[in-house]
Design a protein around this ligand. Structure first.
Ligand code: SF4
Length: 380
């Protein structure tokens, strides 16, 4: 069946969205999850939760959110927080540029707005790390402004509801859907409507073939359901292909201490702490030669299982080695940061990309645990 064009649909879609509001908001009032950030209208708390929820599941965000708000309860505290403490609070959430931008934005709010969040979404949009979605969410939920907050969930719900075959990865589609919502959002509580659409997308109108239309408050209005095309909508024409990079990761220890180093201040995982490593897939001999170049004396080397980590634009394919060395010390020029492994806690923010190997530094039995790794070979 041929779907109608955008211009043919325009006013019909606005009318349909108008009819969506009452059943959707009533469903939200009954079924919304009780989430910590829904118990407040404090723009700071809503902002923190929205940034954390980008690319991270609700259940995973909850403990991070509580800890973050308890340690840094307002923009002044965030603006003044030392970088290492901030990154530690974010450790495991990934996409660290998000929290760095939050701190920059907090500094602007303190300096330019005397620590008070601006209400106007156009002013919010000028803050570092705040795009149209976050500006819409904060402005509508905290201040009741009639601004849509269009994320992936909302794009999916509205595309399906209206039966749109437009590619949701295109900016033009996002603008079009934002425009449709702008036409109706002023007729209700904008914060509730935005959250209700997101909640429906998160709980009922799920991606792929997983939507639970029989539980949906919009089932009698939904064009995709009527046409039996919910599995084909939304359309996403993915064009980009992720780059693959091979790396060799080194777990260096003397049985009591482990070694980290700081990543460069620019680029992927900028300024975070990592396990030392080399580009490419390296042999045992190449690794040992590198270890000696760090002025360390290797005792044993063991191959660790391969691992993979997917970033948004690149995938790391990692091979790993555990290297037991004689006394591990910070020496001038080797760039290593040495820490005691006994507590299993480094005190440094180590990105999730290194998770598969960082676990080998949680050494509580001392030297034996290192030597127990598979297939160790003596270094002559
Ligand atoms: S009826 Fe189904 S496809 Fe339509 S909005 Fe509801 S869950 Fe989504």
């Amino acid at each position: 069946m041929k779907l109608s064009s955008r211009t043919e649909r325009g006013t019909d879609d606005i009318e349909l969205l108008g009819r969506m509001i009452r059943p959707l908001c009533s469903w939200f009032a009954d079924q919304a999850r009780d989430l910590p950030w829904r118990r407040t209208r404090d723009p700071y708390c809503i902002w923190v939760s929205e940034i954390m929820l980008q690319q991270t599941r609700v259940e995973a965000v909850k403990p991070y959110y509580s800890r973050f708000i308890s340690e840094l309860p307002d923009v002044r505290a965030l603006a003044a927080c030392p970088e290492d403490t901030l990154l530690k609070l974010w450790e495991g959430l990934g996409y660290y540029s998000r929290v760095r931008n939050m701190q920059k934005a907090a500094a602007v709010i303190v300096q330019q707005y005397d620590g008070v969040f601006p209400q106007d979404e156009k002013l919010l949009l000028k803050l570092p790390g705040i795009g149209p979605y976050t500006a819409g969410a904060v402005a509508s939920i905290a201040f009741g402004r009639a601004v849509p907050a269009v994320d992936g969930n909302v794009l999916r719900v509205i595309s399906r509801l209206t039966g749109s075959s437009e590619d949701i990865l295109l900016d033009s589609t996002k603008k079009h859907i934002t425009g449709l919502l702008e036409a109706v959002i002023g007729s209700t509580d904008p914060g509730i409507l935005n959250q209700a659409m997101m909640e429906l997308g998160a709980l009922i109108c799920l991606p792929g073939e997983n939507c639970s239309c029989s539980l949906c408050p919009l089932q009698n209005l939904c064009v995709s359901r009527r046409l039996g095309i919910t599995d084909r909508i939304p359309v996403r024409n993915v064009k980009t292909k992720r780059k693959m990079e091979r790396r060799t990761i080194l777990v260096i220890s003397d049985g009591i201490h482990g070694a980290l180093r700081k990543r460069p201040e620019k680029g992927l995982l900028a300024g975070l702490y990592e396990l030392p490593g080399l580009e490419g897939e390296r042999t045992e001999e190449e690794v040992l030669s590198y270890i000696r170049s760090l002025q360390l004396e290797p005792v044993r080397i063991s191959k660790l299982p391969d691992a993979k980590h997917v970033f948004s634009h690149v995938t790391w394919i990692m091979s790993g080695y555990m290297v037991l060395v004689e006394e591990l010390k910070e020496k001038s020029g080797n760039g290593l940061i040495i820490f005691e492994t006994a507590g299993g806690e480094t005190g440094f923010a180590i990105p999730a990309a290194f998770e598969a190997y960082a676990k080998y530094l949680n050494i509580k039995k001392g030297r034996e645990a290192l030597l127990a790794a598979s297939g160790p070979s003596e270094v002559g």
